[in-house]
Design a protein. Sequence first.
Length: 229
Amino acid sequence: MPNIRASQRDADRLWAVFGVALGASFVVWMVSWLVTGISEQDERCAQGMIGPGGDFRLEESSFPPDMSCVYADGTTLSSAGALIWIFWAAVVALTVSGLGALALELVGVRGEKAASRLSRLAITGAAALAAVYTLAFFTTGSPKSDPLQTCSAFTTGIYERAESVHRTPFPAQTTCVYADGKRYDLVPGWMATLEWTLLAATFVCAAGAVRAGRQADEGAGAEAASPMR
């Protein structure tokens, strides 16, 4: 089975690239978060410490964490800088290698080995989904906590008391709702995308494992039923 072994090797290589890219994207996201948190970019722009001066608008992002001052002449000063490009390069490598490895698992690997490999991937995907969901749920506080505590100004940047807190079970989200109609999502939007992606990957791997197992059983049954030569 040289083709199957080659597909397994190629899939293993792509999974290795996927793991490296995943680790790199997480590290760069954390560094961007730290840099943006201590940069005080809005204050520096407002006080004319950086940039051409004058009116500017503030643009914020959580994927990756970044704070940019955009001036009327088009000048843009980013807190994360080159980390943004590094992060997106890691995300592209992560996506391409993950999809390529999954495609090889579904197409290039057959029989009992495919069922075993896809079962492990399904378990891994489910574990990753559970970890992400737990992180999103617990970082936003207990459902019984007071809105003032859950929607703290340190987290939201909004210095007024939230009127209520709305929670959605899946994807995990906690939204602070204020009297003037303002809303603030405590969980970054990209985490919802990640949760849906992991759920879809887990389902695809589980379905592929079931199908591969059935094909292996059918093949074994047909071989046993064939007359001895």
